[in-house]
Write a protein that binds this ligand. Sequence first.
Ligand SMILES: [Zn+2]
Length: 232
Amino acid sequence: MGLHDFEVPRRVMAIAAHPDDIDFGASGTMALLAAKGAHITYCVATSGQKGTHDPRMTSRRLARIREDEQRAAGRVVGAREFVFLRYQDGETEAHDMKLRGDVCRAIREAKPDAVFCPDPWREYQTHPDHRNLGWAGLDGVIAARDHLFFPEQLIKGLTHHRVHHVYMWGTNDPNTWFDITGTLETKVRAILSHTSQIPRPDEMRARMNNFARFATRWGFARSEAFRYLELA
Ligand SMILES: [Zn+2]
């Protein structure tokens, strides 16, 4: 399945643990879909408040910096909206009903046709937030679908919403590849927007190029790989 035999989703939401996860995992695809007219929303659960080695940095200041970096990176690829749930970095929980409810609400508000999130089934995934946001993304998709989940959200015109397509990045078992040959440079620029997190920006282009080359299938020169689930 390439974009030729693939219906471009009108609305897309990417759900992630930290500012920069979407950029590493899926921003080449986000740029591709934005260029085809998709409306893209980023939903980021934590603000990466622990992502520093600078002893003088406070987590509050870092959160502001990293949210700004995420907005800048999103603008590079053409994402239009940003939702920050402001959970504490490193402290999300796998089956936290509050997190699930917040993700559910974000989905009901943005009404995406396709959701992108981390693959929670990836073996040996060490970062708890990456595992947990995989679960929160998928569980949020299911909750958003049915009106008796979080019924207190369904006021002031907010309605339940069914997502039909889920793509998981960071997977060991991909079944779908997007051709990012034309958007790899945009992806690198998006990643480099996270200046607080990239100590050696000069190495990033080669790293991402190699990654996209080794991840590829279907005859594409450069790809991002996903596990795709179609939901009825
Ligand atoms: Zn992360």
